[in-house]
Design a protein around this ligand. Structure first.
Ligand SMILES: Nc1ncnc2c1ncn2[C@@H]1O[C@H](COP(=O)(O)OP(=O)(O)O)[C@@H](O)[C@H]1O
Ligand SMILES: Cc1cn([C@H]2C[C@H](O)[C@@H](COP(=O)(O)OP(=O)(O)O)O2)c(=O)[nH]c1=O
Length: 211
């Protein structure tokens, strides 16, 4: 059985992840490609509980290393219970955020040591890396304005602009360092253009498996 493709969707707040996830899953459905859609933090009952703990606003200041370890605890569970089994049975995995978000939010935003993140990545993931990271890139002012209309702000959304500027810079840095693994899509474009680019990326991914 050929392994499925592992695709992650990344970007700051309000870049259009939810909107474009629907587009991506619709595209896969139209082509009868078996897939699962999941998200991080989350994707299993335990990991969703950890997500709640990570996102809820609280009076106690959260130590950045504690935050980082919780993110990877959720990820370990998600990989073992959901992601690996799906890929092994040949399903594609479409994941709303993954480890690039850790480099961006805990590395960039919280300014944690990237070496520590890389060590945890290695321990928790082994060789598992996304086949392609779809990075929706947008200036945080625009993204936060878009997100402001949707629900109450969680613990991350309540951060200052400087935090989100570091998040964006960290994402872009990672994409620039390994362009073969990333598709950087300008999310300030009209949705139609964003989705045209997403479609081109998906078509590229499907080619080798349809020989
Ligand atoms: N390319 C775009 N141009 C303008 N508005 C957009 C675009 N993409 C998404 N939006 C709008 O921005 C808001 C946030 O989008 P959403 O998909 O919920 O973002 P996220 O899941 O990244 O927070 C929604 O109101 C959505 O309709
Ligand atoms: C996966 C991941 C997410 N996060 C943060 C980024 C987001 O602010 C938050 C997840 O929320 P998000 O994916 O934006 O969901 P929603 O659109 O429903 O708010 O978790 C990290 O800080 N590190 C990580 O490794």
């Amino acid at each position: 059985m050929r392994r499925g493709k592992f695709i992650t969707l990344e970007g700051g707040e309000g870049v259009g992840k939810s909107t474009n996830l629907q587009f991506i899953t619709g595209w896969l459905r139209d082509r009868d490609i078996a897939f699962i859609q999941t998200r991080e933090p989350g994707g299993t009952p335990l990991a969703e509980e950890l997500r709640e703990l990570l996102l809820c606003n609280r009076d106690e200041a959260v130590d950045p290393t504690a935050e980082l370890l919780m993110v990877f605890a959720a990820r370990a569970q998600h990989i073992a219970r959901v992601i690996e089994p799906a890929l092994a049975r040949g399903d594609w995995v479409i994941c709303d955020r993954f480890t690039d978000a850790t480099y961006a939010y805990q590395g960039g935003g919280r300014q944690l040591d990237r070496t520590l993140i890389a060590q945890l990545e290695q321990t928790v993931q082994g060789d598992l890396r996304p086949d392609r990271v779809l990075l929706l890139d947008l200036d945080p002012q625009t993204g936060l304005a878009r997100a402001a209309d949707i629900g109450a702000a969680d613990r991350f959304e309540n951060e200052q602009l400087a935090f989100f500027l570091r998040v964006r810079a960290a994402y872009r840095e990672r994409a620039e360092a390994a362009p073969e693994s990333y598709a950087v899509i300008d999310a300030s474009q009209p949705l139609e253009q964003v989705q045209r680019q997403l479609q081109t990326e998906l078509e590229r991914l499907v080619l080798p498996t349809s020989e």
